[in-house]
Design a protein. Structure first.
Length: 217
């Protein structure tokens, strides 16, 4: 795996980076089977049935030391849940993210995103550069975010797992119920927790630099 670290010459403070990403929340609580293990001396003959096309929400948010922007739920004009494409991602940036950003003390913040196609289309990069200038960490951006390093971000190693561990506790039966749970759990995240998360991210960078990009234990 190729891991990414901020070049020291850029002198970017980890407290000034907005990390962003989307995640799917399935109504049936589906979890990637690659993350599940059953330990047994004999074949347990266990199988799990899941719907062929389970209902889900696609959720975006950005996290930094000063707070969380979002969640944003991707929906069409009729209010139906949809997945992400370039047009919908740019609409989110224009109609939701930038106005929300103006409500924060966001001067000189950097913005990070991964290399998904909808994130890195020319029109999307141009839109983000109009807002952040050279303070953009992205494939095809001024500072490259390398593929294979997504698990380094606080959203992947902390936020998504933390939220998913709580939103299914009352077994939501509708997407609206699940959406309400997601909003509530995110709203309950305290600033002190975010400070700990960013401190952990900084220590991860220190480890990667010291180990020359080897796998983390």
């Amino acid at each position: 795996m190729t891991l990414w670290a901020i070049p020291s010459s850029l002198d970017i403070s980890s407290w000034r980076i907005l990390f962003s990403y989307e995640a799917h929340f399935w109504l049936n609580g589906y979890v990637n089977k690659q993350n599940c293990r059953i330990w047994s001396e004999a074949n347990p003959q266990v199988y799990v049935e899941t719907p062929l096309h389970p209902e889900k929400l696609t959720v975006w948010r950005a996290l930094w030391a000063g707070g969380i922007i979002g969640p944003y739920f991707f929906k069409n004009d009729e209010g139906h849940k949809v997945t992400v494409n370039g047009d919908r991602y740019r609409a989110m940036i224009t109609n939701f993210f930038i106005p929300e950003l103006n409500n924060h003390d966001a001067q000189e913040l950097w913005f990070q995103q991964d290399g998904a196609t909808c994130h890195t289309a020319r029109a999307t990069i141009d839109l983000l550069r109009n807002t952040f200038g050279d303070r953009l960490i992205s494939r095809f951006g001024p500072v490259n975010w390398r593929p294979g390093s997504c698990d380094l971000t606080p959203l992947d190693y902390f936020l998504w797992g933390y939220v998913k561990s709580l939103v299914y506790a009352d077994k939501p039966q509708t997407l609206d119920h699940l959406e309400d749970n997601i909003r509530r759990v995110i709203a309950d995240i305290r600033p002190k927790m975010l400070e700990k998360v960013i401190e952990n991210w900084t220590s991860r960078l220190d480890y990667i630099r010291a180990s020359l990009g080897s796998h983390m234990p």
